[in-house]
Design a protein around this ligand. Structure first.
Ligand code: PMP
Ligand code: GLU
Length: 390
């Protein structure tokens, strides 16, 4: 066989596959409304673009150290302290080609064959796939609408086995928008005390928290700081998805050394140009743009939640963060793949089936698009649902 066994277990990213299909259909002249994109529709702020322009004029084209330039690592440490009350030193931080790459590096360095990783479902599509690729076993723990799709400390307790290596937390979450409160994180922290289980805290939607306060998992206690690997980036909150800027921070020096070693043999440093552009974003110089983007997301969320809940047989829990609605369509069509395929073919609305996030009977709508498209798309969904025949 030509291909490795490792690659054969990996599925293609469904979110990317559907977004690409919607783009192709649009390019072919079809009037598709895409709710599949996991990226802000806002342009990258000027201050960031200008930083790149001046970096280019000042000859920033050389290799940088593998984890990043001293300036970008310092800027990340400053951001983590200022926004999240986290005391990471610059040498405990590594920049990567997007947070997906941070997770890829991380799982590659911590998983041995058969190690278990607890992942709450609905989950972002890539977590279980990367774990499987690295030889691990994803242990999927189903959450429910009643708890805004958040994992409870008791659920974690029941899922832990001697093989548990790590737990993935994603707050605010993709696809449900759940935000963990301080009390919830404290309870999770207590369950883990005395174990050597790592917490992988994906905080990429951090600044898009609409209700309640965003709390970083590592900020909960000394014990949580020691066991948590903080993952973040600028794809969502800096409106820079195509730039590919992510990072991980951890107090575990042995792990950081391993990730640097792996990266030194794969991508080396991330683009020097991107690092230069990231600095003003990390230092808060684009905060006004982010606040504006956030206010628009709130407006769209409020509109869309009401409009969806007004459609007979569809319902949605209001997300507290991120820019997705995870919509219950069980009363229309429990097979989410079939529902989304027909919605795309017949009504020209692209959405992502819940089954890709580990929960059938739901579909994901991204409201990272203008309000007018959101209105027109939801009208099409309403019409489609009204006429749906099983
Ligand atoms: N985590 C979550 C929850 C996401 O939705 C995404 C979106 N792609 C990522 C990580 C990865 O982001 P990126 O690689 O663009 O930094
Ligand atoms: N995270 C985004 C999404 O869920 C972007 C695509 C991806 O990387 O999965 O749609």
């Amino acid at each position: 066989m030509l291909l490795s066994k490792r690659i054969s277990v990996l599925s293609e990213s469904l979110t990317i596959a559907i977004s690409s299909k919607a783009k192709e259909m649009k390019a072919a002249g079809l009037d598709v409304i895409s709710f599949s994109a996991g990226e802000p529709d806002f342009d990258t702020p000027e201050v960031i673009k200008n930083a790149v322009k001046s970096a280019l004029d000042n000859g920033c084209g050389k290799y940088t150290p593998v984890p990043g330039t001293p300036e970008v690592l310092e800027a990340i440490a400053t951001k983590l302290k200022r926004d999240n009350n986290l005391n990471y030193k610059p040498n405990q931080i590594i920049t990567n080609v997007g947070a997906k790459h941070s997770l890829f590096n991380l799982f590659s360095c911590i998983i041995n064959h058969g190690d278990e990783v607890i992942i709450p479902s609905p989950y972002w599509v890539s977590y279980p796939e990367i774990v499987k690729y690295c030889g691990g076993t994803p242990v999927i723990v189903e959450t429910s609408e009643d708890n805004k799709f958040k994992l409870t400390a008791n659920q974690i307790k029941s899922a832990i086995t001697p093989k548990t290596r790590a737990i993935v937390l994603n707050s605010p979450s993709n696809p449900c928008g759940g935000v963990y409160s301080k009390a919830e994180l404290e309870e999770i922290g207590k369950v883990l005390e005395g174990s050597d289980i790592l917490v992988i805290s994906d905080e990429i939607y951090e600044k898009l928290t609409y209700n309640g306060e965003f709390i970083a998992a590592a900020a909960i206690s000394d014990d949580m700081f020691k066991r948590t690997i903080t993952i973040n980036g600028l794809s969502k909150c800096g409106a820079m998805p195509g730039w590919r800027f992510g990072y991980m921070a951890s107090s575990i020096d042995e792990l950081n050394k391993a990730v640097r070693k792996l990266q030194s043999q794969s991508t080396s440093n991330i683009s020097s140009i991107v690092q230069a552009g990231a600095i003003p974003a990390l230092l808060g110089e684009a905060d006004a743009n982010i606040e504006y983007m956030k206010s628009k997301f709130i407006e769209r969320r409020d509109y869309a939640v009401k409009a969806i809940n007004d459609i007979e047989n569809l319902s949605v829990v209001c997300p507290d963060g991120a820019f997705y609605l995870f919509i219950n369509c069980k009363n229309v069509e429990p097979d989410s793949m079939k529902f989304c395929q027909e919605l795309l073919e017949k009504a020209l609305v692209a959405t992502v089936p819940g089954v890709g996030f580990g929960m059938d009977g739901y579909f994901r709508v991204s409201f990272a698009c203008d309000l007018d498209s959101l209105k027109r798309g939801i009208e099409r969904i309403a019409e489609f649902v009204k006429n749906y025949k099983k």
